[in-house]
Design a protein around this ligand. Structure first.
Ligand code: PLP
Length: 363
């Protein structure tokens, strides 16, 4: 790695592409002759208007977002949207959720405060080692929306398909940890949202992509205006000060994605990285992959030795070998390698070499 950077396998905030960081550095003191950093710039200035306008346009190009969708740049992280979703989308008061992990569960707990929320699927009894098949989904035909977490960062599971919903039930997806990692047919979703700090940039900006006809579904007068998508859409995400620097970095990340060849290339790279790891895991018996095969994530690979002390030793020694954040989340244990868009193939090769050596030394 360049300049003593280490391979950072963090689940988020996570690695950013080096060219993006270099651009941030080179434009830090004087952004394009403005005489100031983007951080110091009024969000109402002409220069900043150019940044946010181009960032939105780039996101629309990269994800082929249809014209009848609004793109919002918000604050408060993905977790704030757990409450904003029911607030903005409940019309009759009914919504259905697939519980596939901690973040789906947190979203569900917020929604329950607002209405009649039905569990359409849960893999809790198996410590969330898988996502549902289409046939397992029990979605009410009169639900106002159906909610999924597209990639379960902690457990290392990911939907490999876009769930179908009964006619007229919009699909809502938290794509915080797999957005920009593959093409997505946005038209199949009512709402897609994501915190930026994995594939999109620094923590602080949350993207919401919402189909226009879903705005204004609910009488929001009694709720905080900051959570009202309609107001945010009307004001071009500038009801208040948006997360200006995060939006700028997202723009740079999108430029990088386009230069690399777009989300199709991101998908090829993600499949290569993750299959290298899963192929190795499947070829030996020292480590065991945690997630069920059909649900395996291309972004977060979870595995364990089966011995807590060895797992702790792995985390410690991998850190000393120049790889950070390989310790699994406490609710799963073991190890987790988060391999988002910015992770080079060499990082995964390096990790597998280390895993082989560690296995040989500790058998
Ligand atoms: N959803 C998913 C899938 C996540 O991985 C995370 C955080 O890691 C969140 C939601 C919560 O995001 P935030 O910390 O931005 O609220």
């Amino acid at each position: 790695m360049a300049d003593n950077r280490i391979y950072n396998f963090s689940a988020g905030p996570s690695m950013l592409p080096v060219p993006v960081l270099e651009r941030c550095a080179s434009e830090m003191l004087n952004y394009k002759g403005s005489g100031m950093s983007v951080m110091e710039m009024s969000h109402r200035s002409k220069v900043y208007d150019g940044i946010i306008t181009e960032t939105e346009a780039a996101l629309r190009r990269v994800l082929s977002i249809p014209d009848n969708y609004k793109v919002l740049f918000l604050q408060g992280g993905a977790s704030t949207q757990f409450a904003a979703i029911p607030m903005n989308l409940l019309k009759t008061g009914k919504a259905d959720y697939a519980l596939t992990g901690n973040f789906a569960n947190n979203a569900y707990k917020e929604a329950v405060k607002f209405g009649d929320i039905h569990v359409a699927f849960s893999s809790k009894d198996r410590n969330f080692d898988r996502v549902p098949t289409q046939a397992e989904l029990d979605i009410r035909p009169d639900a106002d929306y159906f909610y999924i977490c597209a990639n379960n960062t902690i457990y290392g599971t990911e939907y490999q398909y876009d769930p179908e919903t009964p006619a007229g039930v919009p699909l809502v997806a938290d794509m915080s940890s797999n957005i920009l990692s593959k093409p997505v047919d946005v038209s199949k979703y009512g709402v897609i949202y994501a915190g930026a700090q994995k594939n999109m940039g620094p923590a602080g900006v949350t993207v919401v992509i919402v189909r226009e006809d879903l705005l204004g579904s609910y009488p929001l007068e009694k709720y905080p205006v900051m959570l009202d998508w309609q107001t945010m859409a009307n004001k071009g995400s500038m009801y208040n000060t948006p997360p200006t620097y995060g939006i700028y970095v997202l723009g740079l990340v999108l430029e990088w994605v386009e230069q690399m060849g777009g989300v199709k290339v991101m998908q090829e790279r993600a499949e290569k990285r993750s299959s290298m790891l899963y192929d190795y895991l499947d070829s030996q018996d020292f480590y065991k992959a945690v997630a069920e095969k059909a649900s395996r994530s291309h972004m977060n690979v979870t595995f364990r030795t089966g011995d807590d002390e060895l797992d702790a030793k792995f985390a410690k020694e991998s850190m000393a070998a120049g790889m950070s954040n390989l310790k699994g989340h406490r609710s799963v244990g073991g190890m987790r390698a988060s391999i988002y868009n910015a992770m080079p193939i060499e990082g995964v090769e390096y990790l597998i070499d280390f895993m082989k050596k560690f296995a040989a030394e500790n058998k």
